[in-house]
Design a protein around this ligand. Sequence first.
Ligand code: XIL
Length: 326
Amino acid sequence: FDLNRLAQLQHKLWFGSAADIPGTGETTDTAYLKLLKSNFGEVTPANAMKFMYTEPEQNVFNFTEGDQFLEVAESFGAKVRCHNLVWVSQLSDFVTSQNWTAEALTAVMKNHIFKTVQHFGRRCYSWDVVNEALNSDGSFSSSVWYDTIGDEYFYLAYHYAQQALAEIGANNVKLYYNDYGIENPGTKATAVLQLVKDLRARGIRIDGIGLESHFIVGETPSLADQLATKQSYINADLDVAVTELDVRFSAAPFYTAAAQQQQAQDYYTSVTSCVRAGPRCIGVTVWDFDDAYSWVPGAFAGQGGACLFNDTLDAKPAYYAVAQAL
Ligand code: XIL
């Protein structure tokens, strides 16, 4: 089938995938590209728009990869969640290798946000403005941004993104906060709601919350918990998107029948929670749709098998479970 078409027809949400294009095996893998283009109505650049690629040296910008990514997305009519502006990881050396004053680093952040947001403009459906800023206890986590600028960095990032978009008349590009561990009720999810209040109290716009949803087979939060959390954001007048869904095995074997059945159930639960949350859960994006290109084995030693397709591009039970959920 076409998962995105199912999603759009029945629930008016999108079904998307991360893609690591250009410059990787995915870029020229015709079987992969065929599946990408036939199943997914949204794509997120896994790397192409991150800081280290867009601003490798201070105030020297390189948008070539991001532009190429957008060209591929636009060639098959997919929306793009642009990802991301301010994060602790994948920063350029010039950011992490010197001792900044708060004022100087704030200027760096402002320049990065303005140039990047204004370059890509309306071609982005949304921006993940700040990515993964919180510890599991809800406090800000250590990063060059937080350690140098303090809490203010968070509010300023949204303020600058909003200003940058306003200057080019692109106010309809949505501003998101994206994180993991905020898919079920708890301290971290509550802290996100507080940050939203704090932003709005300062007159700063935020439109939505991205729930990464990197889960482990058999340990996926329940439907009730995932639904309640999405509803809590929606009740706070926010859109919600599932942004990086994958369900990994913490150890091999990845492809036994019973294990794949549990994985299918876990995917079904996560997609269903978005469907049930209603129209303000605007889409589900998987963080790569096939095991060959998944980030999981590189990030978690010995783990894998997290995607809808295996590494030879055969659909797993999880794929059909998602189609059922849609
Ligand atoms: C990952 C990419 O998939 C990898 O290719 C890269 O090496 C590291 O980053 N949370 C995020 C994503 O918000 O940007 C990360 O993507 C996965 C975790």
